[in-house]
Write a protein that binds this ligand. Sequence first.
Ligand code: SAH
Length: 255
Amino acid sequence: MTGTLTIVGVGPGRPELMTPAASAAIADATDLVGYGPYLDRVTTRHPGQIRHASDNRVELDRARHALQLASHGRQVAVISGGDPGVFAMAAAVFEAVEAGPSEWRALEIRVEPGVTAMLAAAAEVGAPLGGDFCAISLSDNLKSWTTIRRRLEAAARADFVIALYNPLSKARPHQLGEAFALLRETIPPSSVVVMVRAAGSGEVRQIITTLGEVDPGTADMRTLVLIGSSATRLIAREGKAPWVYTLRRDVEGGR
Ligand code: SAH
């Protein structure tokens, strides 16, 4: 049987947020490959299915392993959190294919999309992505901090709503604070900042604040940070968190 490889997005957390197509791709697989915590999100066990859980964070190694299994005729599902194409495994698989043996190009490789953290986080607070937006990963494992700074500056000047993935980690605790400091050079301190931890899961927590007052110490690796544009607004509510939304039209005094 010809091997197949499907890179599957399992969504942000709650099983209902995984698409039926993603569930079907997982059910059809003979082998599941993924970083342990993401594999743990797949709670349905299929008889005979093998799990290759790795604690290895090097995505390219995991991608090559999955491709090798598929080239031996296995039906492989690579499990990724959120959407597999957003700062995740799908790009690593294609990078491995491009550099790898030519027979890998004959494999049937497919991407099954999922709800990415940015969308799950936005939905928790309202409609902050109603206007133009961009997404930037603050992780400098694969790219330089200089590149990240340049993109933050450009996004601030362009008046995008900015979604920050990978805001900080134990290995790089200062980056989110540095990013906020950099953004404050262009964006007014009254701008809305939203931090959503574990969006789309049963444990969601959110903070709605401003760029002037935000405490980067309240974020962690399960947090998605949104910085509003000049068209992002709050609707106050009695005894409840405000709604956050971004107008779809230009506003007076936009950056
Ligand atoms: N492929 C994933 C993103 C991988 S990068 C996706 O599409 O969502 C990992 C980063 O995503 C984390 O550091 C965090 O910033 C964000 N993230 C992932 N799941 C999240 C969740 N449920 N809530 C908030 N942020 C999340």
